[in-house]
Design a protein around this ligand. Sequence first.
Ligand code: 13P
Length: 283
Amino acid sequence: MPLVTSKKLLLDAQEGCYAVGAFNVENMEMVQAVVAAAEELRAPVILQTTPSTLKYADVDFFYANVKTAAEKAAVPVVMHLDHGSSFDLAMQAFRAGYTSIMIDGSPKPFSENVQVTRAVASACHPAGIPVEAELGKVGGKEDDLIGGEGNPYTDPREAQAFVEATGVDFLAVAIGTAHGVYKGVPRLDLDRLREIRAIVSIPLVLHGTSGVPDDTVRACIARGICKVNYATDLRIAFTKGVSAYLKEHPDAFDPKKYNAQGREEVKQYAMEKIKVCGSDGKA
Ligand code: 13P
């Protein structure tokens, strides 16, 4: 089916107390793998690209890949810009046809974050494209284009004021997760999440989920998380598949052969996490 926007998917998830898995893709094989996983489990799914992925190959390249995979699929697929780092990049993705946009003004002071988020929401909403924003600081580096210090965890009252001031559709919250590989087991502030949920009614988003124990992810979903982002572990899965193939076939030279094994690893990983999100059978 044609690409869909994330709005209805996340509102349905919110009502049904599950989450939609959002998977970062880096190449055609990862796109195929994630969509195949969603199809096998009859799950709605979000595929997303960060600014560094778009530096490697631009919005048109990724949009064409995901659009093609979506049209061949029988489940709803969203093409989302992850951590849009500027108004200009958000508009590039919007014009390319992305059906969901994140503008990440979280490294900026509150008022500037409000300003850029409101500007992106005003540009996207007339075309029916929903917008995700972030308040507070998810640890680690989302991407090699994002930096800044910022305040650490999301303050519930600030979150409420931010949502009212921006008209944003979904909010990524900082409750102790970090992007990349964790050194230990992350401890999340679930009480804070509950407090945010109590006064912010829009769907909430969990970033930095690779390495977060599945039970903790489920506890977050029970407290209002409707979109769960996985990136690092997909990259690791793809690399694991390719490495295993090359180890077993040291003379291999055909990318179709080793990429296929990377693709299979990503598919298995995505299926596992779709089940953790509880979105299997929801398409
Ligand atoms: P991880 O790389 O920790 O899975 O984070 C994913 C993410 O939040 C992408 O925005």
